[in-house]
Design a binder for this molecule. Structure first.
Ligand SMILES: CC(C)(COP(=O)(O)OP(=O)(O)OC[C@H]1O[C@@H](n2cnc3c(N)ncnc32)[C@H](O)[C@@H]1OP(=O)(O)O)[C@@H](O)C(=O)NCCC(=O)NCCS
Length: 426
């Protein structure tokens, strides 16, 4: 069998393989400075050798690598582990010393069941999960893809732990934990909803490199507001962004934009950037925001959410948000609010319960969305406008300043007034 990843985690797997009488043919690693691990040669050009175990502790890295490699995977189980004949263990998974997996448990692919874990009857563990040493999952627990359960944590019967969430060491999880949460303590409480795993990964790599460079696309009024917002996020010690400047296709390179910084180029220059760079798209037209996003093809560019420190969420447990959103001062959301990608909330926006927002929408200051409002994609809601409860907005709708929308508008039209009526341009 072969291992991909010559890490500390691989050392433990090598011991388990030796104890189980599995021959280790070779190790592979992308880092060309590593030549051997525990006297086993480390090679760098994987050419389909299998069966394979991805011997990397980071859940997201295992997922990324498994998506890249097309091969047969092995399963490694230490002889001291007790696995019920009625349990199943997916390919690529590793079960360490003294782990116990009880009847009816289903363990996904590329999981790590670490030393001494106890997985009770009928638990479902999805792919790429890591259950750390001595953690105990009681019966019927469900752990979503990529979640990481810390050492000695306990999850009580029937609880669901969401995808790509992190449960701190020693926690006692007594209630369901949503996707992406960072939660810890006894009883386990949610501290925040983390960024998408891909974004988290790039953030972590940036932090390792001490890089957190950010730029703003669009050097107009909104661009300056966003640059100011970034300063305030830094001042509140929420993040440590290094603001490098603006990208704008309509201004000369070197144009100074207030006291914030200079124009560094346009789309071509942005697509040629060679280091990771966070970007905020600060353009007020929903359709142009979408166009800009679609034209950015450089994989070094990523899109964090930029959230003013004053943003208040009543219930973080039910709050969901994608990437690339800009939330300016004094906005608030109550419970069960879902926000997609690349929206702008320009200040003092209110989102009631069960509001669902798609992508590329622009909410001018003081827009109020009542309970259960749905907003699709590429809509622009003017200053001080109000959407009444349960109204569904589709796409490309413009709502005039001060208007009150009481019924579903037709896609692609402008509505103004109280109550808001379709406005026909003559
Ligand atoms: C939960 C965890 C991921 C949080 O890491 P983090 O975001 O870097 O958190 P910090 O270290 O900055 O701590 C933030 C606060 O949370 C507290 N905290 C952190 N982890 C905690 C835990 N497991 N239980 C209770 N409190 C915890 C800290 O004391 C700190 O409190 P303070 O603000 O009052 O000082 C991490 O602490 C943890 O438990 N990791 C699991 C490790 C593990 O099991 N490894 C197994 C490897 S095989």
């Amino acid at each position: 069998m072969y291992l991909y990843g010559a890490s500390g985690h691989a050392k433990v797997i090598i011991d388990i393989m030796k104890a189980s009488g599995i021959v280790i043919d070779a190790l592979f690693d992308d880092d060309r400075s590593i030549h051997e691990l525990l006297s086993i040669p480390v090679m760098h050009n994987w050419a389909g050798e299998s069966p394979l175990i991805i011997s990397i502790g980071n859940n997201y890295s295992r997922k990324q690598i498994s998506e890249k490699l097309n091969c047969e995977y092995g399963t490694v189980i230490h002889p001291s582990a007790i696995i019920s004949p009625n349990a199943s263990i997916g390919e690529g998974s590793v079960v360490m010393h003294s782990a116990i997996v009880q009847s009816g448990a289903k363990i996904g692919k590329h999981c790590i069941l670490n030393t001494g874990v106890s997985i009770d009857h009928e638990c479902v563990i999805e792919n790429f999960v890591h259950i750390s040493p001595q953690a105990t999952l009681c019966g019927n627990v469900h752990v979503g893809e990529g979640a990481w359960i810390g050492a000695s944590a306990v999850v009580i019967p029937g609880v669901k732990v969401g995808k790509w969430s992190t449960i701190g060491a020693g926690s006692v999880v007594v209630k369901d934990v949503p996707d992406g949460a960072l939660a810890y303590g006894n009883p386990c409480r949610i501290k925040c909803i983390q960024a998408e795993p891909a974004l988290r990964d790039i953030h972590e790599r940036n932090q390792e490199n001490k890089l957190k460079r950010i730029a703003v696309y669009g050097a107009g009024g909104l661009g300056r507001e966003v640059a100011g917002g970034i300063q305030r996020i830094n001042n509140a010690s929420r993040e440590n962004w290094d603001f490098v400047g603006f990208y704008d296709d309509n201004l000369e390179v070197g144009t100074q934009v207030s006291h914030y910084g200079d124009v560094l180029g346009g789309m071509n220059e942005l697509n040629a950037v060679e280091e990771p760079l966070a970007l905020a798209i600060a353009v007020g037209s929903p359709q142009i925001r979408k166009l800009i996003r679609e034209r950015i093809t450089n994989p070094n560019i990523y899109f964090p959410n930029l959230i003013a420190p004053s943003f208040k969420v009543l219930d973080l447990q039910t709050f969901k948000m994608g990437q690339g959103n800009i939330i300016q001062d004094s906005c608030s959301a109550t419970c069960d609010v879902t926000i997609g990608d690349f929206n702008v909330f320009n200040g003092a926006n209110v989102m009631g319960h069960d509001v669902v927002i798609g992508n590329y929408n622009v909410f001018m200051p003081s827009v109020h969305l009542s309970g259960a409002v749905e907003v699709g994609d590429c809509n622009l809601l003017g200053v001080d406008s109000v959407v009444l409860q349960k109204v569904k907005i589709g796409k490309d709708v413009t709502l005039g300043a001060g208007s009150v929308l009481m019924a579903k508008p037709k896609d692609g039209n402008t509505y103004i007034g109280v109550p808001a009526k379709k406005f026909d341009f003559k």
